[in-house]
Design a protein. Structure first.
Length: 329
């Protein structure tokens, strides 16, 4: 139970299959959270009802919470317009097309509502409450199933002219590389995110059947069943093929990061996500490749930090969008 005088924020993380919502205090601490299904198909009203249901279930965990809410922040898949709070046409949320999500939730809950993409919001949470505290210019990368990035300058998200900036996961580092889901060849996401690691592992296993790998054992002999998580598990167990795959991933990510350092020269780089955790043992190799690739001779003065928020980064990020309201009486 929260204290009655404590202002609270609601952070909501919407995906294609789930809605995660949490009560967050003014210091970025998640006091309570829930997870419910998202209704991504059907009419817009069904999608909205799924979000409202999650928020109401959150309030049911604390009878006093609703009276203390100062704002609701929503992490939603893009494209979206953070200025208007309109969700434009996200591929994995077909229920919403040019849907005024912020306005609809403001009508229901009578508090300010802000909408952002998940990586931008996660970057802001890290800047305000997490690993980025004390730094002015922050570059954040969430590396998992995809690669999402955010840029925060002086506690403000850099959105660009229309709100579509900072799509760092769709920077190409190989014009002749595999086609990314975004339509461009050789994006870092299609080369180094979780599915790319699994795809590289499957290709190597198919060509190198004579070299027995723990990866194949974890997949019960089925190459098509190999996942990036299996590669990570095999590496921990000392598998040489898994190490080779992750080293290749590190080299690709290092080239990408060198481009970003030379372009932005941030005060800090913050990295989160499941794949990032898998690559922790390769920090020395990342430093080596950054030294090889960076034009900026002072690249090594930029710390690379682990994100403070893990799987709840969307909840914290949503709340961070509305943190300015938490000081209001």
């Amino acid at each position: 139970m929260t204290e009655t005088h404590e202002p609270l924020l609601v952070g909501v993380d919407i995906g294609g299959t789930k809605v995660a919502a949490g009560l967050v205090d003014s210091h970025g601490e998640i006091k309570a959270h829930i997870r419910t299904p998202m209704v991504a198909t059907g009419g817009a009203s069904k999608g909205l009802a799924a979000v409202v249901s999650a928020i109401d279930l959150l309030f049911a965990k604390d009878a006093e919470a609703r009276a203390r809410i100062r704002g609701i922040g929503i992490c939603a898949p893009g494209p979206l317009d953070p200025k208007t709070g309109i969700v434009i046409n996200p591929p994995n949320l077909p229920c919403w097309r040019n849907f005024p999500l912020a306005a609809e939730l403001e009508r229901i809950y009578r508090v300010p509502v802000k909408v952002e993409n998940d990586a931008n919001a996660a970057a802001l949470a890290e800047a305000k409450w997490g690993a980025g505290r004390g730094y002015r210019n922050i570059f954040y990368a969430g590396i998992g199933t995809g690669i999402g990035t955010g840029i925060v300058c002086d506690q403000r998200i850099y959105n660009g002219r229309t709100g579509a900036a900072a799509e760092g996961g769709h920077m190409s580092i190989d014009y002749d590389g595999p086609l990314c889901g975004c339509g461009k060849p050789g994006c870092i996401e299609v080369l180094a995110a979780g599915p790319a690691i699994a795809r590289r592992a499957r290709a190597k296993l198919a060509c190198e059947r004579t070299a027995r790998s723990i990866i194949l054992d974890l997949a019960k002999g089925n190459i098509d069943a190999v996942t990036s998580e299996m590669v990570g598990q095999a590496f921990v167990s000392g598998d040489l093929l898994a190490k080779e795959i992750l080293q290749e991933t590190v080299k690709l990510l290092s080239l990408w990061l060198s481009n970003l350092i030379d372009l932005l020269e941030p005060d800090v780089i913050i990295i989160g996500g499941g794949v990032a955790a898998m690559l922790d043992p390769f920090d020395g190799e990342i430093s080596h490749w950054l030294g090889e690739y960076c034009i900026n001779s002072r690249w090594d003065e930029i710390p690379r930090l682990k994100a403070h928020y893990g799987v709840e980064s969307g909840i914290a990020g949503g709340a961070a969008l509305c943190s300015e309201y938490s000081s209001q009486p």
